[in-house]
Design a protein around this ligand. Sequence first.
Ligand code: ADE
Length: 235
Amino acid sequence: MKRIIGIIGAMEEEVAKLIAQADITATENIAGMVFRVGSLGGADVVIVRSGMGKVNAGICTQLLVTRFGATHIINTGFAGALSPEVALGNIIVSTEAVQHDFDVSPLGSRKGEIIAGMVAFPADKELVSSACRVIAETLPDVSVHSGRICSGDQFISEKAAKERIISEFGGLCCEMEGAAVAQVCTLNNVPFLILRAISDSADESAGEDFNFSVFQSTVAEEFAKAVVRLIEVIG
Ligand code: ADE
């Protein structure tokens, strides 16, 4: 079956470099999101900026699957570091994603348990191993980690909030969309992967670091290079 890869970034900066390199043949505007259909590195793609947060990411993912026939979804963007092993500019490949702000524990479930018995949504194993290999080959000087990504509807910029997520969920990094993409993909049986470049430390310096990383560093440029190469390989 021909693969159609849906690529989601929350912010314009997170998809602009991919759009610039793609051959876009059609665009469609739905729910305030511009879906760009075309090819990138020889693969059929639909590239879209979802907007920030889990609701936007969920709507966007479902549209990619049901309206655009996406067979695989990649969510790309920036993230704050949670684990002390992870530093600014490192790249994270999701093995699974959790929603750190989902809590029905007063009713007897575990924190983050969205579907009965399920806290973490596992990413596609083939995509995970391709991504780890391709990123290591494309960016040999960049540290790549694979593991859990924690998502929630907050930009984490206080040590106490960061420590709460670490103690309840562990994880390598925090961001605002990945686990919503993961939930929708899981419900639709669509393989997914989340790729994140670390822009900040998710503490009091996060706002300033994020703006610097996103707009001025070479991280974004290098990261986009690796994402394009991955699309080429899996497409
Ligand atoms: N994306 C990038 N940095 C983040 C942070 N500190 N919290 C949530 N999402 C992020």
